[in-house]
Design a protein around this ligand. Structure first.
Ligand SMILES: C[S@@+](CC[C@H](N)C(=O)[O-])C[C@H]1O[C@@H](n2cnc3c(N)ncnc32)[C@H](O)[C@@H]1O
Length: 178
């Protein structure tokens, strides 16, 4: 799998490091958590962390790869989330899951990601960036246009920053007012 990595995504790691982010007393969730590197990173910062993935194999491998981890790895479908998760997480991290999906159902999935953010909480999203060279539909992964990233600002979420990075990548930060 091209996304089999044992270290947090560099655009997540530099974002948390740049803020000196600590998570004690706060909750985090990693959407489409795959093999768990990003969830483990958030747990190492003190967040009470959930990682979920629709693939039972990914959840099993994440648990096996991180024995004794404080992360709660769960099988769950972004398009049919437990009601209790709505607005439940102070930090929501999404790396490459939206870009793994065609549209539909990507727009519904984006609304579901936004819906996880608690009042006062933050969404950090990392995605491949569409450029003239990538074209609109070279997927999966499907590189996203800026408008698709900005469309994460639904249900009261507000865009803090949408940054272009090499890769080419987007790193987007959104916030839900308290
Ligand atoms: C490209 S991989 C990225 C994995 C991980 N975020 C990373 O960056 O290493 C996309 C992940 O999203 C998961 N996924 C796809 N559709 C999903 C859905 N509807 N709900 C939850 N997870 C989903 C896949 O099983 C896969 O683990």
């Amino acid at each position: 799998m091209p996304w089999d990595r044992s270290a947090p995504h560099p655009l997540l790691r530099t974002w948390t490091a740049g803020r000196g982010l600590r998570g004690e007393g706060r909750t985090a969730v990693v959407v489409g958590s795959g093999l768990g590197a990003d969830a483990e990173h958030l747990a190492s910062l003190g967040f009470r962390t959930t990682g979920f993935d629709v693939a039972p194999t990914a959840v099993r491998l994440a648990r096996e790869r991180h024995p004794g981890s404080p992360v709660s790895y769960e099988v769950a479908d972004l398009l049919a989330l437990p009601a209790a998760w709505r607005g439940a997480f102070d930090l929501v991290v999404e790396v490459y899951t939206l870009g793994a999906l065609p549209d539909p159902p990507r727009s519904d999935a984006a609304r579901a990601v936004a819906g996880l953010v608690a009042p006062g909480g933050t969404l950090l999203a990392v995605a491949f960036r569409r450029t003239p060279a990538t074209g609109p539909a070279d997927g999966p992964p499907f590189p996203l246009a800026r408008a698709e990233v900005e469309a994460l600002a639904t249900g009261g979420l507000e865009v803090v920053a949408v940054e272009e990075h090499d890769g080419p990548h987007w790193r987007a930060e959104l916030h839900r007012p308290a």
